[in-house]
Design a protein around this ligand. Structure first.
Ligand code: APR
Length: 233
C-alpha cells in the first residue's frame, strides 16, 4: 500500500447500517416496506406524488435522528490526514459522512437534506416535509421534489467520478452489494485503469471476484482497522 497517492472510496448503505439506517436489500430492508416502483421512480412521483413525498419526508426525518458510526468517523479521519487526493463517492443519501467530519464527499444518488425545484432547477438545503408542497426558496414556485436520483434517472457528477478514478491508485468499496449500476461497475473501471482494488463488506458483494482483496466484517470494525493500516503506510 506504500505507493498509494490518490484514493477513491465508494460507500453504500452497509456503512450506515450500524447507525440504524436500513440497507436496501438486507433482510427487512427498506424496500420491503415499499415496492421500489411505488416510491423511487419518476413514474411513481407522477402517479402518486403524495405517497412518494410522504415516503421521503419520513426518511428525511428519520436520518436526522441517526448518528455517524465508527466507520464514518474513520473515513473522516482519513480525509483529514491523507496528504494525497481522496474522494468518498457515496450512494447513500444520508449526511453521516459529513456529520462525521468528511469533506471530500460526492453524493452520486442525491441527498435527503436537499430539495430540487422542478420550476427553476435550483437545489436548496431542506430538513422539513415536502408533502405540503412548500414554496421553492429560490423562485417561490410550489414545485419541490426530493433531490434523490430515482431508478431510471442519471446519477450525479459521473464525469468527476471517472476523472477521480483515472487519477487514483487505489479503489476501495465499502458496504455495497454491487447490485446497482453504474456504481457496481466502478471496480471493473478501476481494474482496467490498473488501480489496486479492495472490498470491505459484511458479505461478498456481487462484484467480489473483481477485487484484488476482499475483507469481510462489520464496517465499524474493518473500516477503522483499514484506515489505521493505510495511514501508517
Ligand atoms: N458492515 C458492512 N457491510 C454491511 C453491513 C455492515 N454492518 N450491513 C450490511 N452490509 C452490506 C450488505 O452485505 C450489502 O452487501 O452492505 C450492502 C448493502 O447493500 P444494499 O442494501 O444493496 O445497498 P447499496 O449497495 O448501497 O444499494 C445501492 O441501490 O436501491 C438503490 O439507490 C439505492 O444507493 C442504493 C443502491
Amino acid at each position: 500500500m506504500s505507493n498509494i497517492r490518490n484514493i477513491v472510496i465508494l460507500t453504500g448503505a452497509g456503512i450506515s447500517a450500524e447507525s440504524g439506517i436500513d440497507t436496501f436489500r438486507g433482510a427487512g430492508g427498506l424496500w420491503e416496506n415499499h415496492r421500489v416502483e411505488d416510491v423511487a421512480t419518476p413514474e411513481a412521483f407522477a402517479r402518486d406524488p403524495e405517497l412518494v413525498l410522504r415516503f421521503y419526508d419520513m426518511r428525511r426525518e428519520a436520518i436526522q435522528q441517526k448518528r455517524p458510526n465508527a466507520a464514518h468517523e474513520a473515513l473522516a479521519r482519513l480525509d483529514r490526514e491523507w496528504g494525497g487526493d481522496l474522494l468518498i463517492v457515496t450512494q447513500n443519501v444520508d449526511d453521516l459522512h459529513e456529520r462525521a467530519g468528511a469533506r471530500r464527499v460526492l453524493h452520486m444518488h442525491g441527498e435527503h437534506l436537499n430539495a430540487w425545484c422542478l420550476a427553476c432547477d435550483s437545489r436548496s438545503p431542506w430538513r422539513g416535509p415536502l408533502v405540503d408542497r412548500p414554496e421553492c426558496p429560490a423562485c417561490g414556485e410550489r414545485a419541490l421534489r426530493p433531490d434523490i436520483v430515482w431508478f431510471g434517472e442519471m446519477p450525479y457528477r459521473m464525469d468527476e467520478i471517472y476523472d477521480a478514478l483515472r487519477e487514483a491508485d487505489l479503489f476501495v468499496s465499502i458496504g455495497t452489494s454491487g447490485a446497482v449500476y453504474p456504481a457496481a461497475g466502478f471496480v471493473r473501471d478501476a481494474r482496467e485503469l490498473g488501480l489496486r482494488t479492495l472490498e470491505l463488506n459484511l458479505e461478498p458483494s456481487q462484484g467480489s471476484a473483481w477485487f484484488h482483496e476482499s475483507r469481510l466484517g462489520a464496517a465499524t470494525e474493518i473500516v477503522p482497522h483499514w484506515v489505521d493500516e493505510i495511514l501508517s503506510g
